[in-house]
Write a protein that binds this ligand. Sequence first.
Ligand SMILES: *[C@@H]1O[C@H](CO)[C@@H](O)[C@H](O)[C@H]1NC(C)=O
Ligand SMILES: *[C@@H]1O[C@H](CO)[C@@H](O)[C@H](O)[C@H]1NC(C)=O
Length: 338
Amino acid sequence: MINLIIMFLIMSTIGILTLPFCVSDKMEPILLIHGGAGDIPESRVANKIAGLKKSVDIGFKFLQNGGNALDAVEAAVRYMEDDENFNAGYGSVLNLDGEVEMDASIMVGSNLGAGAVTVVKDIAHPISLARLVMEKTPHVLFAGAGANKLAEEHGIPTVAPGSLVTKAAKDALERFKRKGGDLTEIGHKNPGDVGTVGAVALDCHGNLAAATSTGGINGKMVGRSSDTCMLGSGTYADNDFGAVSTTGHGETIAKYCLAISIIREMGIGKSAQTATKETLENMTKRLNNTAGAITLSKNGDPGIYFTSRRMGWAYRKGNELHYGINHDEHEIECLKSL
Ligand SMILES: *[C@@H]1O[C@H](CO)[C@@H](O)[C@H](O)[C@H]1NC(C)=O
Ligand SMILES: *[C@@H]1O[C@H](CO)[C@@H](O)[C@H](O)[C@H]1NC(C)=O
C-alpha cells in the first residue's frame, strides 16, 4: 500500500497521471466570440447579450480538461446558429427572393486545415458542414447544391425548405423592399439587419481555431457569396501568429482581406488589440464601411474592436466571463469554480 502511494506521488510529480489534462506549463485556454457588428437597435441588445453568454459557456466546456479549440469554436457557433437573435442558421436574413442562403468557414492553426461552404440552403448548422469539408474532403470550399449533396452523403440532414426563415427576417425583407436601401447590413437604412457570428479559441495544447457563420446581408441578390466563406477575410487561424473572425460589411471585409491583414500586423509584433484596432480603422477610412473583429494572439491575448456602432462579444478565460456590446463597455463576471 505504501509502495502504491509512493508510486502515485512519483508519477504525479513527473506528470504521468496528468497526461489527459493540461499540465500547468501549457497554455491557459480562452474562447472569444462575437454575435455580429452593426447598428444594433437597443431593443435587440439584451437578447444578444444573453445568447452570447450562453454560447461562450457552451463552447468553453470543450476547452476544459484538455479539450481542443476546434470543438470549442464549432460548439459556440452552433449555439448561435440555433438562436434566432443572431444572423446565422435559424434567424438568417433573406435574399431578394425571400430565401435563406448561408456562408460559413472554419480553420485550425496547427496545420492550416480549413473548410468552408457558400450559398447553402436548408442546413441548420453550416459551421458543421464547413468542418466536414475540412475533415472529409480534399477541398476547402463547397457551394450551393453540391454542399447539400455532401451533407446528405455524410448524414447531415437537410431541413424542410423555409424552416430557417423567421418572422423577423420576413419583416426585415419587407421593410427593405418598401424603403429600398443601400445593400448593407449595417447602414442606418436597415437597423436590425445585422449579423454574422464567430468564435476564436486557444486550447491548452497551444492550438488555435477560428469559425464564422452568417446569413449575409438582408435583401442581397440571389447567389451572393460573402467574406464569411473566404479564408483570410472572414476567418483565419495560424498557430504561429493568431486567429481572427470578422463581421460587418462583407464586401468591404473581402476587399480588405480583413482577417489576414490583422494577422500580418501581429506578425510584425503588434498586440492582438492594436493590430485589430488599427487595421479596422484603416479599413473604414479607406473603404468607408464599418466592421468588427475578434482576435487571439498565439499566446491567447484577446483583441476586440469594431468601427460600427455596436458589436456583441464575450470571452471566457479561467473563471472569468467578459462581455460587452457598446464601445468602451467591458463587463466582467467571476464564475464559481467547478
Ligand atoms: C494604418 O494607416 C497608417 C497611416 O497610413 C499607417 O501608418 C499604419 O501602418 C496603418 N496600420 C495598419 C494596421 O494598417
Ligand atoms: C461615406 O459614407 C457616408 C455615410 O454613408 C457618406 O455620407 C459619405 O459621403 C461617404 N464618404 C465617401 C468618401 O464615400
